[in-house]
Write a protein that binds this ligand. Structure first.
Ligand SMILES: Nc1nc2c(ncn2[C@@H]2O[C@H](COP(=O)(O)OP(=O)(O)OP(=O)(O)O)[C@@H](O)[C@H]2O)c(=O)[nH]1
Length: 781
């Protein structure tokens, strides 16, 4: 029995340490009619005098008695309602009495409110016993009329729980057929599986009668059987008969009684206590598989929790350096793997790490660039003014390239703010990643963690400047040189021109845009001719000019070319080829034409290379252009016809009638159809060129950020961390452990030890001695 007690106690102690109800130990409720001897039975199980005794109703409140086994010699009791340790059992009894009076009153009334008492002793097994008010039938004194019902309900509240073992006490000197306790026990345990019958007062039976039939299970069937006991009489109590002496007398009674001598080994309080233990053990055995499985799970979880505090091999001063290095490497690796998306903790709920950087590039940055209007902040007035200014005193003949450059550069600058913001967003994202790089092991060392974050933050901060500057220079580079020769630049312009031309075609059936294009693309021979022609036109003034050229060019531009004129043109050029062919060879006819349509104020000086590839950029209304050209400008030098004869005017007399020139033309001067056309064209050209630059920036900025900020940081992080923090003088400081974490680790460690111990105990319980495990049966009689 000692083995069982010790195993049960150890198990209970183990689970007390854990603080959980891992074992569902049974509660034993003592049920019986009034004065049947319930309190006496309880007292003998505990082995101490501590319950109020007497005739009439004594137990008027449930007494929940927790017996707690301790290894200390000192025995004491504690009530839940009072913060005091009672070492005198006499005092405990008085406290029960006064507490009963306090709640249930001085009369014979009862209360459902239990009194909770814990008894700590090395003589007890861990058990919870409940002493309940005795069952009555008739109210006495000033008891309420439904006292029987009240007590019955109170008792049922306890015994109907499946883990409650019912100790049904019946006095032997009353016929068992009248036993209220058995009747009530049967209502909750009809199979009699968890009811132990206790027959008290065997010593008070009439002479010549005995309870052998009951004790042998022939009268009332209970799986756990009946046990006969002899408690102290009132007389014994009054004379303070020692409880151990009472037990000895009880043994004597059964040994010497001719009726019970044969079954003396399964009678008495001692045997009752043993039976209760067996019931307890059986209960544990039943629960064993569940408990083991539960314990295994708990051990697994606790081990995991323990592991999260770090590898135990790194504990201690000699391992500080390797621990720091390990944590640093882990931090750096986490940072890199978060960026690369190779982290083991990839979320399915939200974007994280590198995916967010991609999102910034693709969605945020991409959309920000797309949303920029290429003509933002550019009014028609601005464009006209730019054109006018760039043509100087001359009326513009063609859309001036200088004006286009002037206007497109500030627009390119619009790409700078979103590009710089993109750098910042990625920087912020990397900062976030760095802050999220933590592990339970690292969180043990808050100072090291903070330092790791600080070093990486510094690194990122250092890279922010150069990356932003580079991105800024990417925009500046785009503004530095406007490459109208870009292969993608022409189609947009041509599309616009085609659109504009369609409008015109409806009105002028003369030489059309298409025709001009056809002329351009009509074979190398003609192209070369035209190239030579343009070269001639571009001669600076003062050069000897062929007068035939005027009419040929005008014919072509006016769409009035004839086979004759074409051949004349050819002949003319053949004649000129001798001295000019060499110079023209490197130039194509496309250059020539584009200088017509895209010529600057000074067409002769505009770089042909700018337009050499823009084969489909005839952007002017050729008819109108040619007419305008013929009427207002000298096609040879692009100068106004007025210019040459300016001296013919008497400026002094004119001055009297002319208005002063305003600093800003606020729309006072009428906008001609032609100016309107030019403005629209410039807008289209800006949009076309802007989209090329935008595309380049959209491509280059993420690359630059990846190279200068992201990749750079991930490559140097490890070196940077080691260089900054791997210093033996700092180890103590860096490895300072948070007090709460130390406590938590200790708690988890103790928990793990307790589980291991419990597991060991359970292994022992699994193989108990057979004799201890068999519940008492009547058949052995
Ligand atoms: N001679 C003798 N007297 C007993 C025995 N058991 C109990 N008594 C006496 O019977 C009386 C009632 O015993 P208790 O143990 O107080 O009975 P109870 O069922 O707890 O009483 P309530 O709590 O009032 O219901 C006491 O005076 C006991 O001394 C017994 O086996 N033999």
């Amino acid at each position: 029995m000692d083995d069982i007690i010790s195993i049960v106690n150890r198990l209970q102690d183990t689970f007390n340490t854990i603080g959980g109800n891992a074992i569902d130990l049974p509660q034993i409720a003592v049920v019986g009619s009034q004065s049947s001897g319930k309190s006496s039975v309880l007292e003998t199980i505990v082995g101490r005098d501590f319950l109020p005794r007497g005739s009439g109703i004594v137990t008027r409140r449930p007494l929940v008695l927790q017996l707690i086994h301790t290894t200390k010699q000192e025995e004491y009791g504690e009530f839940l309602h009072i913060d005091k340790r009672y070492t005198s059992f006499e005092e405990i009894r008085n406290e029960i009495q006064s507490e009963t009076f306090r709640v249930a009153g001085q009369n014979k009334g009862i209360s459902k409110l239990p009194i909770n008492l814990k008894i700590y002793s090395h003589n007890v097994v861990n058990l919870t016993l409940v002493d309940l008010p005795g069952l009555t039938k008739i109210p006495v004194g000033d008891q309420p009329s439904d006292i029987e019902k009240q007590i019955r309900q109170l008792v049922l509240d306890y015994i109907q729980k499946p883990n409650c073992v019912v100790l049904a006490v019946s006095p032997a000197n009353v016929d068992l057929a009248n036993s209220d306790s058995l009747k009530l026990a049967r209502s909750v345990d009809p199979q009699g599986r968890r009811t132990i019958g206790v027959l008290t007062k065997l010593d008070l039976m009439d002479a010549g009668t005995h309870a052998l039939d009951v004790l042998n299970g022939r009268v009332y069937p209970l799986k756990l059987g009946f046990i006969g006991v002899v408690n102290r009489s009132q007389q014994d109590i009054n004379s303070n008969l020692d409880i151990n002496e009472a037990r000895r007398r009880e043994d004597e009674f059964f040994q010497e009684s001719p009726s019970y001598r044969n079954i003396a080994h399964r009678c008495g309080t001692k045997y009752l206590a043993k039976t209760l233990n067996n019931v307890l053990m059986n209960h544990i055995r039943e629960k064993l598989p569940d408990m083991k499985a539960k314990l295994n799970t708990l051990m697994g979880q606790t081990q995991q929790e323990l592991n999260s505090f770090g590898d135990a091999t790194f504990f201690g001063k000699p391992h500080r350096a390797s621990l720091i290095l390990k944590l640093m490497t882990q931090f750096g690796r986490d940072f890199v793997s978060s960026i690369d998306g190779t982290s083991s903790e990839i979320s399915t709920k939200e974007l994280g790490g590198g995916a967010r950087v991609y999102y910034i590039f693709n969605d945020v940055f991409g959309r920000a660039l797309e949303s920029i209007n290429p003509n933002q902040n550019l009014s028609n007035h601005d464009i006209r003014t730019a054109i006018r200014n760039s043509t100087g005193p001359r009326p513009s003949l063609f859309v001036p390239e200088v004006a286009f450059e002037l206007l497109v550069k500030p627009q390119i600058k619009l790409l700078e703010p979103p590009s710089l913001r993109c750098v910042e967003l990625v920087y912020e994202e990397l900062m976030k990643i760095c802050h999220n790089c933590t592990s339970p092991e690292l969180s043990r060392f808050p100072r090291l963690h903070a330092q790791l974050i600080e070093v990486v933050s510094d690194l990122l901060r250092e890279r922010l400047g150069p990356t932003s500057e580079y991105v800024q220079s990417l925009i500046a580079i785009q503004s530095a040189y406007i490459n109208t020769n870009h292969p993608s630049f022409a189609p947009g312009t041509a599309a616009y021109a085609a659109e504009a031309q369609k409008e015109k075609q409806k009105q002028t059936p003369s030489l059309r845009f298409k025709d001009v294009q056809n002329v351009i693309e009509d074979g190398e021979e003609k192209d070369n001719e035209l190239a030579i022609e343009h070269r001639s036109i571009s001669q600076p003034s003062g050069t000897q000019e062929d007068p035939r050229r005027h009419s040929i060019t005008n014919q072509l531009l006016n769409g009035t070319s004839t086979p004759e004129s074409d051949s004349a043109l050819m002949n003319h050029h053949r004649n000129r080829r001798g001295h000019q062919a060499q110079q023209s060879q490197s130039q194509t006819a496309r250059d020539t034409f584009l200088n017509y349509f895209f010529g600057g104020a000074d067409a002769a000086s505009s770089a042909p290379a700018n337009t050499s590839n823009s084969t489909r950029t005839p952007v002017r209304d050729v008819d109108e252009e040619a007419r305008h050209y013929a009427s207002t400008a000298n096609p040879l030098n692009g100068r106004s016809g007025l210019e040459g004869s300016a001296a013919a005017y008497d400026m002094k007399s004119l001055g009297k009638h002319l208005e002063p020139v305003p600093m800003i033309d606020e729309g006072g001067s009428a906008v001609s159809e032609r100016e309107d056309m030019e403005t629209t064209l410039i807008r289209s050209l800006i949009a076309s060129y802007f989209s090329i630059v935008r595309q380049t920036i959209e491509d280059l900025v993420p690359k630059a950020i990846m190279h200068l900020l992201v990749n750079f940081s991930r490559e140097v992080i490890q070196d940077k961390l080691v260089a900054s923090l791997y210093n033996p003088d700092m180890f103590d400081e860096l490895l300072y452990e948070d007090e709460n974490i130390v406590n938590e680790r200790t708690r988890v460690k103790n928990l793990m030890d307790a589980y291991k111990q419990a597991f060991q105990v359970l292994a022992e319980v699994n193989m108990p001695k057979q004799s201890n495990m068999v519940p008492p049966t009547q058949s052995t009689a």
